[in-house]
Design a protein around this ligand. Sequence first.
Ligand SMILES: C[S@@+](CC[C@H](N)C(=O)[O-])C[C@H]1O[C@@H](n2cnc3c(N)ncnc32)[C@H](O)[C@@H]1O
Length: 207
Amino acid sequence: MMKNFKTEQEFFWAGEFGDDYISRNSNKKLIAANVNLFSKILEKTRNVKSIIEFGANIGNNIDAIRSLFPDCDCSAVEINKKAADILRGKNVKVYNASILDFTIEQKSDLSFTKGVLIHINPDELQTVYQKLYYASKKYILIVEYYNPVPVEINYRGHEGKLFKRDFAGELLDKYPDLSLIEYGFVYHRDNNFAQDDLTWFLLEKNK
Ligand SMILES: C[S@@+](CC[C@H](N)C(=O)[O-])C[C@H]1O[C@@H](n2cnc3c(N)ncnc32)[C@H](O)[C@@H]1O
């Protein structure tokens, strides 16, 4: 039975579109591209022993992280039940819930999203920023589509489902103890490890 979510975007991902996304999101090239991306990001960190991913789907990012940090303790929040069930089979601590409702039980060294903030109802972003911040002991990673000002674009024929903006900049403004460690871009025409024009921003909490 479908839960009573607050936003149309949550119903979209918990339902049929989210179920169908799983098969589109499974391929070996993507895994190789993720290993390349996460090796560039994680080399900038120190002592990351636990991570939590918000909107992890079937764990493609977690697989890449584990190939680099084999002993990493991995948790995930995922709204889609089919994806959450697959994740559970990968020895990940899974919360099958919406990020908007989820209560953090335990902080991780790194909290992150990849391709998820772009799908959150913009009115709820402050809640998600707060959760990302409190879920992290040290690092926050944002891998999303960047635009200097908020814009909406059509997503596979759907309206109200894809938004771009400066997510990392908004987090830096909201929490002045955060600082920018590094950032980068992955071009969709990269010769070897293409991704969908992703931008990434690694932030650190300064105690
Ligand atoms: C575009 S996919 C990205 C998946 C994964 N992060 C990756 O990079 O392969 C977006 C994911 O976020 C999940 N999601 C979307 N909104 C969510 C919410 N409010 N709470 C939890 N998960 C959500 C979707 O079900 C989906 O698995």
